[in-house]
Design a protein around this ligand. Structure first.
Ligand code: UDH
Ligand code: MN
Length: 353
């Protein structure tokens, strides 16, 4: 049977052609990417075999004469999978700049040989974590460039020593980032979390808010509890506005992420999560910051989310913009967000309930 088939020159030609094509693919993209191309995100990743985070970036050397005519492919052909991450030495800003020559002031990047298909804003709530920020910039810039995104990084810096307010800073980041561009996706990103796999795409799910840091090393690469929504998440501007953004009323550590998860559902949305095998993050080890003490009122606040979410969020956001400037690797937004209200007295507690 085979003999009679191979007798036919047409069949032989097809066979040879497909073999040559396969060898070419292997040669250009390496076995792992062909494998991942075929089996997508659900293939088994080997995190003991990692790649330098700056691998393949030379593919992007711009040709000033070239005319960009096509959108970048849906899935970037130069992803590498698991990334080598070490925290023993914080890279200098100079070094990060040198390694990311095509990042423009404000931390903007756009692929040069094709039109970025997705427009992503990364928004980081921030105060007094300079070495964490440098480490994150060192890893995130090449990671996002390899994903061929049109992106920018926004750092929302809380001025002063009042209690930290992560969710309010994120609301401000969204409002300010949307002045700069028509973003498809807002990635709300803690400063100390470094993604381990560049197949973890920094794009949104059109249908629902996405929790991206599903597997953090500090939680042994699993979810600490079922409804967890902390760390890194991705929402479209529409999703963000539909849930009235995040709460402004959580001062200090804890609770705001659970409020966010709850208001997503209250707004009629559901949560999608990056699979654990892909949503892996390393957290730069740190102690609790002064000014971000545990919020002991959080359980009381969470009881009222259902009642308050429509009135506490983007529509009640008040702050003072102190500066907005383009640093070489990110856009810096410094704000005065006021301070936590005084603790409720016994009498006012009765008034509230
Ligand atoms: N953040 C700052 N500055 C601060 C506080 C928080 O930039 O002073 C930001 C930063 O982006 C950080 C995020 O808010 O990643 C979340 O705060 P966190 O990293 O302190 O939260 P996490 O849950 O830490 O990681 C809990 C502190 C417990 C430390 C226990 C030590 N073993
Ligand atoms: Mn942390």
């Amino acid at each position: 049977m085979l003999l009679t088939r191979t007798d036919k020159p047409y069949f032989l030609m097809c066979l040879v052609f497909s073999q040559v094509l396969f060898i070419l693919l292997l040669y250009r993209r390496g076995t792992s990417s062909v494998f991942h191309g075929l089996f997508g995100a659900y293939s088994a990743w080997d995190y003991s075999k990692t790649h330098d985070v700056y691998t393949n970036l030379s593919v992007f050397i711009p040709d000033p004469e070239a005319v960009r005519s096509l959108y970048c492919p849906v899935s970037s052909p130069i992803l590498v999978g698991p990334i080598t991450i070490t925290f023993n030495k914080t890279p200098s800003l100079k070094k990060i700049q040198l390694k990311n020559r095509y990042v423009k002031p404000g931390g903007y990047f756009s692929p040069r040989h094709c039109y970025g298909r997705y427009r992503t804003a990364v928004i980081i709530p921030y105060r007094n974590r300079e070495s964490h920020l440098r480490t994150l910039l060192y890893y995130l810039h090449p990671f996002l460039q390899r994903q061929q995104l049109h992106y920018a990084i926004f750092v929302v810096h809380q001025a002063g020593n009042a209690t930290f307010n992560r969710a309010k800073l994120l609301n401000i980041g969204v409002r300010e980032a949307l002045r700069y561009d028509d973003w498809d996706c807002l990635i709300l990103h803690d400063v100390d979390l470094v993604p381990e796999n560049d197949y973890n795409l920094y794009i949104c799910d059109e249908n629902c808010p996405k929790h991206m840091s599903s597997a953090m090393d500090k939680f042994q690469y699993s979810l600490p509890y079922w409804a967890y929504f902390g760390g890194v998440s991705a929402l479209t501007p529409d999703q963000f506005m539909k849930m009235n953004g995040f709460p402004n009323t959580y001062w200090g550590w804890g609770g705001e992420d659970d409020d966010i998860a709850m208001r997503i559902r209250l707004a009629g949305l559901s949560i999608t999560r990056t699979p654990l095998i892909l949503g892996r993050y390393k957290m730069i080890p740190h102690d609790r910051d002064t000014g971000n003490e545990e919020n002991s009122y959080r359980y009381g606040l969470l009881k009222n989310t259902r009642r308050n979410w429509r009135d506490d969020g983007m529509n009640s956001l008040a702050f003072r913009l102190l500066s907005r400037d383009s640093a070489p690797l990110y856009t810096n937004i410094t704000v005065d967000i006021g301070e936590a209200p005084p603790p409720p007295t016994q009498a006012s507690k009765w008034l509230v309930f």
